[in-house]
Design a protein around this ligand. Structure first.
Ligand code: SF4
Ligand code: SF4
Length: 351
C-alpha cells in the first residue's frame, strides 16, 4: 500500500492552501477535466451555524479549478423539506450558489441503479454525475454525529445517493455497525480523488464554537478521517467507519505521512457515551426514519399538465400516468425537481 499524504494547513491564504493541496496530491493537469465538487449541505443553514461546508472553501476551490481549465459542477442532494422543497433554495440559504459561481446543480436529479450483490446494500441508486465525472473533490465539514461520533469524509459521500433514498437506507440498517459498513461500501463505489476537510469554523457536541482555521486534506478519506479523530482527541477506532476501513485494509495508519502540525483541538466535546447509548440512539433513529419514510410525493391532478417529465426522470419507474406507485417509490424526490408547474408536493401519507 502506498503512503497517504495528509496535509494540515492553517490560517494565511486559503486560496494558496487549496492550490498547495492540488500541487501535493492532485492531478497536475486539470484542463477540460469534468470535476464534481461535493460539499456537505446537510440542511438549510447559515455558514456561522458551522454545520455545512464553509462557502469560502467552495469559492476558493472552484476559482482554482476554473483557472486551471476544468469543467466544474458543485453539487449535493439533501432531503427537501416543506420550507425549502427545491435543492437550489437550500443551496442559496447555505451560500453555495454564489460560492460556486452559479455552478451549483442538483446531482440527485438523474441517478443510476448500482448492483452490489456482495455488499450489505445489494442495490441502490447513485447520482449519474458521480459516475460520469473525471475527478471528485469532496469538501466535508468537520463535525460530531450522534450515531457515528463524528461525521467526516466517508459520511459526506453518503450524499452521492439521491435525496429521500438516504432515510430509506437508514431505515434498512438502523444499527450503528451495519449502517457504518454500508457507508464504507457506498464510499468505495467511487471514492473521491481529493478530500479537503473544512475545519475553519466548527461546533462541538455541546454547541461550543471553535475557530481552528484549518483544512485537512488527502487523497484517502479513511486516512483523513483518522487524522481528524486524532485532532478531536479520541481514539480514531471509536469512529465505526474508520475501524471498518482499517479491518478491510482500505488504509494503513502506519503509512500516513503528516505534512503540517497535527494538534488536538482543546476542549472539543464529542457526543456523551453513556451505558446503552448506541441502543437508545438506534431506537430513536429507527422511529424518526420510519416517520420520514411517510413523506411521499403527491401529484395534484388539477395543476398537472401531463408533460410526463416526472415519469421519465423517476429512477425505479414508480410513476405511470401521473399515479405514483408507493411500493416502488424510493423517495428520491427527483420528480419534484423536474415538474415545470410545481404540481408535486411532499406530504405525509400512510402507504
Ligand atoms: S416517484 Fe419516482 S422520482 Fe418521485 S420520489 Fe418516488 S422514486 Fe423518486
Ligand atoms: S412533471 Fe408535473 S406536470 Fe409533468 S406530468 Fe409530472 S406532475 Fe404533471
Amino acid at each position: 500500500m502506498r503512503k497517504h499524504k495528509i496535509l494540515i494547513m492553517e490560517d494565511g491564504d486559503l486560496g494558496a492552501s487549496i492550490a498547495g493541496v492540488f500541487k501535493a496530491i492532485g492531478p497536475q493537469n486539470l484542463k477540460d477535466k469534468r470535476v464534481l465538487v461535493k460539499p456537505n449541505m446537510l440542511r438549510p443553514a447559515r455558514p456561522d451555524e458551522c454545520v455545512v461546508t464553509d462557502p469560502e472553501i467552495i469559492a476558493k476551490t472552484v476559482s482554482f479549478l476554473v483557472a486551471e481549465g476544468a469543467d466544474v459542477v458543485v453539487g449535493d442532494n439533501p432531503m427537501p423539506d416543506r420550507k425549502y422543497p427545491h435543492e437550489t433554495e437550500v443551496a442559496e440559504c447555505c451560500g453555495f450558489i454564489d460560492a460556486s459561481q452559479q455552478r451549483f446543480r442538483n446531482i440527485g436529479k438523474y441517478s443510476k441503479r448500482v448492483k452490489t450483490p456482495k455488499n450489505l446494500l445489494k442495490e441502490f441508486y447513485v447520482s449519474r454525475e458521480i459516475l460520469d465525472c473525471d475527478l471528485i473533490v469532496s469538501l466535508p465539514k468537520y463535525k460530531t454525529h450522534e450515531l457515528t461520533t463524528m461525521t467526516l469524509s466517508v459520511k459526506n459521500h453518503f450524499g452521492i445517493i439521491p435525496g429521500g433514498f438516504k432515510p430509506y437506507v437508514h431505515s434498512l440498517f438502523p444499527g450503528i455497525e451495519d449502517f457504518s459498513r454500508v457507508l464504507v461500501e457506498i464510499y468505495q463505489i467511487r471514492p473521491p480523488d481529493i478530500i479537503i476537510m473544512d475545519c475553519l469554523r466548527i461546533v462541538d457536541a455541546k454547541g461550543t464554537k471553535f475557530n481552528p482555521g484549518k483544512i485537512i486534506a488527502g487523497d484517502n478519506g479513511h486516512a483523513v478521517d483518522y487524522a481528524c479523530a486524532l485532532m478531536a482527541g479520541i481514539n480514531p477506532l471509536r469512529i465505526p467507519t474508520v475501524r471498518i476501513a482499517l479491518d478491510e485494509g482500505l488504509f494503513d495508519p502506519a503509512k500516513i505521512e503528516y505534512i503540517g502540525r497535527l494538534e488536538k483541538i482543546r476542549g472539543f466535546s464529542l457526543p456523551f457515551a453513556f451505558p446503552f447509548r448506541n441502543s437508545v440512539v438506534e431506537f430513536v433513529s429507527r422511529i424518526l426514519y420510519r416517520i420520514w419514510l411517510g413523506r411521499v410525493p403527491i401529484i395534484d391532478s388539477r395543476v398537472c399538465t401531463r408533460c410526463s417529465s416526472c415519469e421519465n426522470v423517476c429512477p425505479p419507474r414508480a410513476v405511470k400516468r401521473q399515479q405514483v406507485d408507493y411500493g416502488k417509490c424510493i423517495k428520491c424526490y427527483c420528480c419534484l425537481e423536474v415538474c415545470p408547474v410545481q404540481a408535486i408536493k411532499i406530504k405525509f401519507k400512510i402507504t
